[in-house]
Design a protein around this ligand. Structure first.
Ligand code: C2E
Ligand code: MG
Ligand code: MG
Ligand code: MG
Length: 283
């Protein structure tokens, strides 16, 4: 009986696994051509300074238009990482993001997500320097967002690159803080300027006392370490009020703006839309 069950399981799962593998292969093949076919684009989501009530920074988020649909980075970034395609793709993102930032007001920074794999490329610092030079923006206008997984490969090369970038004036953010298992020790080992608290803590902030306690503790921790604290995923006025009361420095989320196409973002930056919105909320 066991044998026949095993066999039926085998037959049941194999076609599904084939389909999944095929899907990956097709994403991989498509991704190889995405750059030359101009299928990649960036969208931009503002981060708001809470005390200043203005856009302090804008995060660049990658999109891939392929076969008539838009593929999410959560779907293709892992494949780009496994195949090494993240290196040319990531370089394109850096250049494109810096070029976009060149047309924004000079006090608005641009945040770019970096994959751990990009740190294995020995010339990451040179790549960043070139992107800044090409766009003619100062290093102080660039922030690099790194998720905790990177730091699992804690090593000399990564550390040296982070220190060199910081010495140039680039800011380093820890993205999705609280989702990895070594967040605290990483804060000690790596030179971060900013902590972005993961969206999952924001999601149940209103209903769960523990999420609120964690949020409060992390904001306090960031402050005492001299880091900027940011909360992602602010979707409601109530969430905004809660994190504002906890003393967060910066907020990001659908309440203010979803990720926008470049022209829409430029309009927003050159209008007082967000300023008016947050002043209204403050009163
Ligand atoms: P992330 O860096 O944590 O980016 C924030 C994600 O949360 C974005 O998803 C954004 O659209 C979404 N988001 C922002 N505000 C809200 C909100 O209020 N509610 C909800 N539910 N979601 C919100 P997106 O654009 O799908 O990106 C997903 C992840 O893909 C990013 O997470 C980042 O880790 C990765 N990614 C995106 N672009 C790049 C890139 O150029 N390079 C690399 N290496 N990774 C990227
Ligand atoms: Mg990010
Ligand atoms: Mg994040
Ligand atoms: Mg995330």
């Amino acid at each position: 009986k066991a044998k026949s069950e095993g066999r039926s399981t085998f037959h049941f799962f194999e076609p599904g696994m084939d389909a999944e593998l095929q899907q990956r292969r097709s994403i991989e093949a498509g991704l190889r051509l995405a750059l030359q076919r101009n299928e990649l684009r960036l969208v931009f989501q503002p981060l708001l300074g809470v005390p200043e009530n203005r856009v302090t920074c804008v995060e660049a988020l990658l999109r891939w238009d392929h076969d008539g649909r838009t593929i999410s980075p959560t779907e293709f970034i892992p494949i780009a990482e496994e195949t090494g395609l993240i290196v040319p793709v990531g370089e394109w993102v850096l250049r494109e993001a810096c070029l976009s930032a060149a047309s924004w007001p000079g006090d608005v920074r641009v945040a770019v997500n970096l994959s751990p794999i990009q740190f294995k490329n020995r010339d990451l610092v040179g790549t960043v320097r070139n992107a800044l030079a090409e766009a003619r923006i100062p290093a102080t206008r660039l922030e690099l967002e790194i998720t905790e997984s990177l730091l699992l490969n804690e090593n000399e090369t990564t550390l040296r690159a982070l220190h060199e970038l910081r010495a140039m004036g680039v800011r380093i953010s820890m993205d999705d803080f609280g989702t990895g298992y070594s967040s605290l020790s990483y804060l000690r080992s790596f030179p971060f300027d900013k902590i972005k608290i993961d969206r999952s803590f924001m999601r149940d902030l209103g209903d769960r006392a523990d999420s609120q306690a964690i949020m409060q503790a992390v904001i306090g921790l960031g402050k005492s370490l001299g880091m900027t604290t940011t909360t992602e995923g602010v979707e409601t006025e109530r969430q905004l009020q809660l994190v504002r009361d906890l003393g967060v420095d910066e907020v990001q989320g659908f309440l203010f703006s979803p990720p926008l196409a470049p022209a829409a973002l430029a309009n927003l930056l050159h209008s007082d839309h967000i300023k008016v919105l947050t002043q209204k909320k403050a009163s």
